[in-house]
Design a protein around this ligand. Structure first.
Ligand code: ZN
Length: 148
């Protein structure tokens, strides 16, 4: 188990240092910003949606390794998915990081690396920030997202 934990941390550190899909998407038809005042994490999410499918997604911003890694892994997880699948992943991820039993772990794929975050309530907000931004974006909520 400890080896697995180390592996999980390794993936979070890797994505934190070298976030995937990092940068502004000029052709995005959705853009949303979010802020986690507790830690100072800021994320701008760009999403290109066509016929209910996430065709492309990118983000930029700054923050701790957890927030950046979470946004990075989220973009990987939702690219090519339908917006409905993306919304369901938000629910699964929320359940995971709050430490509740997940109905179907296989749906989460690589995102299970964040299971350890549940033990650190302050870190949960870092991990969930990008997902809250995604959810607000999918719901077309005009307000800027804040975890507080
Ligand atoms: Zn943070």
């Amino acid at each position: 188990m400890s080896e697995l934990r180390e592996l999980y941390q390794e993936m979070i550190l890797d994505h934190g240092r070298h976030p995937r899909n990092f940068g502004v998407l000029p052709h995005a038809n959705y853009h949303k910003e979010g802020f986690n005042p507790l830690c100072g994490d800021k994320i701008s999410l760009y999403l290109c949606e066509k016929a209910g499918v996430v065709e492309d997604v990118g983000f930029d911003g700054c923050g701790c390794a957890i927030s950046m890694a979470s946004a990075s892994l989220m973009t990987e997880a939702i690219k090519g998915k339908t917006t409905q699948e993306a919304a369901r992943l938000f629910t699964d991820f929320h359940v995971l990081v709050t430490g509740l039993p997940v109905e179907d772990m296989t749906r989460l794929g690589k995102l299970v690396v964040f299971s350890g975050v549940a033990a650190y309530p302050v870190r949960v907000k870092c991990a969930i920030l990008a997902w809250h931004v995604l959810q607000a974006l999918l719901k077309n909520d005009a307000a800027t997202v804040s975890t507080e």
